[in-house]
Design a protein around this ligand. Structure first.
Ligand SMILES: Nc1ncnc2c1ncn2[C@@H]1O[C@H](COP(=O)(O)OP(=O)(O)OP(=O)(O)O)[C@@H](O)[C@H]1O
Ligand SMILES: [Mg+2]
Length: 285
């Protein structure tokens, strides 16, 4: 079996004696889309930037494509594409110049014009970067990460500031990358984004992973199936581990009364329910 694209084992990072990442471990298989979720300050960017080789770790073993990114290996950098949480590229350059400039750093780049089109910036090629809107700059960030045709892509909040249509476009780009067999590590605060894109997610809280797995399989402690219906103009909401039994009882009782349950719905806990439950304590502090 191929080694994983990314391995992280016992990663720790302290800033001035304060531990921001407290020993986290995960692996990302080749071709997998992996999401890092967690509240502000949880340690996501710290983790991602250590994997990108931009920050030094305090302890732990990490590898990207089998190489320790701290070595800043040139071969590794040719296979990695990056969207940083905050960027500062030349604001006087145009969109086309920026993308072409990035493309020459890679051995087998994508066509710059095609890449610009891919992220939805066609027609903006000659615009100076400083004149782009926030969401357009973020699209350019994505183009810069993709133009080298990397096999591993790090996306730190890639769709923050995107309008809903742009977000869907970006989701399509990530899915296309997955179809091409690329590995994607992304962070996001949009749980629908994680649910829709990620094969697996890890939820980080205070520098520790509190849950890890496919979004649909993360098991919540309390968040259970929700059964809801209207009764005398009021919404009744019930939680249960056994929706079949509960529905059987409720519908049986209603039928016996000659009634119908109005606006009946059954919903599974969403990733958002699980996330909010697992990170609740952090939010209260
Ligand atoms: N360069 C730095 N120097 C000192 N402390 C830092 C530095 N970078 C991050 N931190 C601290 O480390 C912790 C984790 O920050 P990090 O940026 O990794 O969080 P994050 O999960 O990416 O948050 P967000 O969702 O807000 O982007 C925070 O408490 C932050 O204040
Ligand atoms: Mg961050």
């Amino acid at each position: 079996m191929l080694e994983p694209a990314i391995t992280v084992h016992g990663l720790r990072k302290s800033y001035d004696g304060v531990e921001a990442v407290k020993g986290i471990s995960f692996e990302v298989a080749r071709g997998e889309v992996f999401g890092l979720l967690g509240p502000n300050g949880a340690g996501k960017t710290t983790t991602v930037e250590i994997l990108e080789g931009y920050r030094q770790r305090t302890a732990g073993e990490i590898a990207v494509l089998g190489i320790d990114p701290e070595t800043r290996d040139l071969e590794l950098r040719r296979h990695v594409g990056i969207v940083l949480q905050s960027t500062g590229f030349y604001t006087r350059a145009t969109v086309r110049e920026s993308v072409e400039h990035m493309a020459v750093a890679y051995p087998n780049p994508r066509d710059p014009a095609e890449t610009i089109e891919l992220v939805g910036l066609r027609g903006k090629e000659d615009q100076r970067v400083g004149r782009l809107s926030g969401g357009q700059q973020r699209r350019l960030d994505l183009a810069l990460a993709l133009v080298g045709d990397p096999s591993v892509i790090f996306l730190d909040e890639p769709t923050t500031g995107f309008d809903p249509a742009a977000r869907r476009t970006a989701w399509g780009v990530v899915r296309a990358l997955k179809d091409l067999g690329k590995t994607v590590l992304l962070t996001t605060h949009y749980l629908d984004e994680a649910q829709s894109l990620a094969d697996r997610v890890a939820i980080i809280k205070d520098g520790l992973i509190v849950a890890q797995g496919p979004p649909s399989e993360l098991s919540p402690g309390r968040a259970r199936y929700r059964v809801a219906y209207d009764e005398n103009g009021r919404r009744v909401e019930l939680e249960t581990d056994e929706p079949t039994e509960l529905l059987h009882r409720l519908t049986g009782e209603a039928l016996a009364r000659g009634e119908r349950l109005q606006n009946l719905s059954v919903s599974r806990p969403t990733l958002e329910d699980v996330y909010l439950e697992l990170t609740a304590e952090a939010a209260e502090q």
